[in-house]
Write a protein that binds this ligand. Structure first.
Ligand code: ACO
Length: 415
């Protein structure tokens, strides 16, 4: 894939005072009311203005790109990462290189901050590959009809657990505690700083849509909270027949029994016909817990895109499932410091990635290494597609074995 040369747009940082103008461009780009963005930000600040970039046409802002400083779970544990967000270009300035200019500057800034990775949720699948991002996770929407929601008799149940229905804002400390204990359970999750909660628990008319209030089902055991589910009920009657739906935005648990207690609570709401889990891990245990696993309708969707900002740093700070010694020629058109041949060695002394004179075992675009980073999108698949060149037979499989992670990644929060 070709990448434009960075175009001569001026890109600079911005300030909190300038946010209404940033929101004007971003809102128009994302088809959101700018005043809503500004109002949310005024009430519950989330934007990191010192990490927000704008592109200028004269003195007018025509493009924006921002990021959050995240502590992201990756194979081996939590690491600093840039959570890229707030990307938008004014409609009459598109396809003239504004985004390209923003992406180049942002990559350089992220690298200068010492963050080896950047991740994002893409509005469209065709945008970010050219900038070195690869789709690294798939998440799932799972729908279960109430008529077929019985769980297996041997699903783990704990009579010591209680489930209570709470106002989310009033039980935020318990939710945060449960989330904190589970953040390293899955790659792709990030430590949820306090400022995220008002956004995730927002319950105004806009966030409700045509559904009811946000509810928190909290599971508590003898030693305190063990899990929660956030959900709304969308009420419907079809003549004299109730047809409400339970819409679940998050399920977080510290034990299998707490998870079962929450599923049984969600499936037990009278007057409902089905439960829709908007974002679960692709390998969530829910289907296996059903008496008939085929009754779970699983729809995968794209999760995080990952970018190795500093390639030797990102590969060197990751944990591996097996030893490996492989030479990679890396193509990186946006981050020239990554381009060239590198030797990745994983042995008893740990992992290191250093420049190498070659010859290479594989030639790979940095976006495919980003896709493979969470250990669930094998490079062998890209070799099969003709997108990664394998010069040493078996090299991709050996690297995949080292990169392998047993669980699917799951971020769960579209930022
Ligand atoms: C992490 C997030 O915030 S995701 C949200 C992203 N924002 C949006 O979707 C808002 C609506 N869209 C926009 O604002 C703009 O169209 C953007 C930001 C997607 C692209 O901005 P532009 O300034 O037009 O991009 P730019 O001109 O730098 O294009 C670079 C290349 O990407 C391609 N490209 C740009 N947008 C798209 C797209 N949506 N789909 C496929 N290719 C695209 C261009 O064709 C160009 O290709 P080329 O170099 O081969 O000619």
């Amino acid at each position: 894939m070709t990448v434009r040369e960075p175009c001569p747009w001026t890109v600079r940082g911005t300030t909190a005072e300038e946010y209404p103008e940033v929101a004007r461009v971003l809102g128009e780009a994302l088809l959101l009311p700018a005043e809503t963005l500004v109002e949310h930000e005024r009430r519950d600040p989330l934007v990191e203005h010192d990490r927000t970039l704008v592109a200028l046409d004269g003195d007018r802002i025509v493009g924006t790109a921002a990021s959050y400083a995240l502590t992201l779970t990756v194979p081996g544990g939590p690491r600093p990462a840039a959570g890229v967000t707030g990307v938008g270009v004014w409609p009459t300035r598109r396809r003239r290189g504004v985004l390209t200019a923003l992406m180049h500057r942002q990559l350089a800034d992220v690298r200068a901050r010492g963050e080896n990775l950047a991740v994002l949720w893409a509005s469209e699948g065709g945008i970010y590959g050219r900038f070195g991002y690869g789709l690294s996770s798939r998440e799932a929407r799972i729908t279960v009809s109430r008529a077929h929601a019985a769980l297996r008799p041997d699903a783990p149940r704990d009579p010591a657990l209680t489930v209570d229905l709470c106002v989310p804002g009033e039980t935020r400390a318990a939710l945060a505690e449960v989330h904190r204990r589970t953040v390293t359970d899955r790659n792709g999750r990030f430590v949820r700083a306090d400022k995220w909660w008002p956004h995730l628990l927002r319950d105004d008319e806009r966030s409700r849509g045509d559904a009811g209030h946000l509810l928190a089902a909290l599971v508590t055991g003898p030693d305190g909270p063990e899990g929660y589910a956030l959900y709304r009920v969308r009420h419907r009657w079809d003549l004299d027949t109730p047809r409400a739906r339970v819409l679940v935005t998050e399920v977080v648990t510290t034990t299998p029994a707490a998870r079962v207690a929450l599923y049984e609570h969600l499936f037990s709401r009278d007057l409902t016909v089905e439960t829709v889990f908007h974002d679960l891990p692709l390998d969530d245990p829910l289907p296996d817990l059903l008496a008939d696993r085929r009754q779970a309708a699983v729809t995968p969707f794209d999760g995080l895109w990952t970018r190795l900002v500093d390639l030797p740093g990102a590969l060197g700070e990751r944990a591996y499932a097996a030893p490996v010694d492989v030479a990679l020629t890396v193509i990186d058109r946006c981050a020239p410091w990554n381009a060239g041949t590198w030797r990745l060695t994983v042995d008893d002394e740990g992992a290191r990635c250093v420049p190498d004179a070659g010859p290479a075992d594989l030639t790979v675009d940095v976006s495919h290494l980003g896709a493979a980073y969470f250990g669930r999108r094998p490079l062998a698949g890209f070799v099969g597609a003709g997108l990664v060149a394998e010069h040493t037979p078996g090299a991709a499989r050996r690297l995949d074995t080292a990169l392998y992670e047993p669980l699917e990644p799951h971020c769960g929060v579209d930022f």
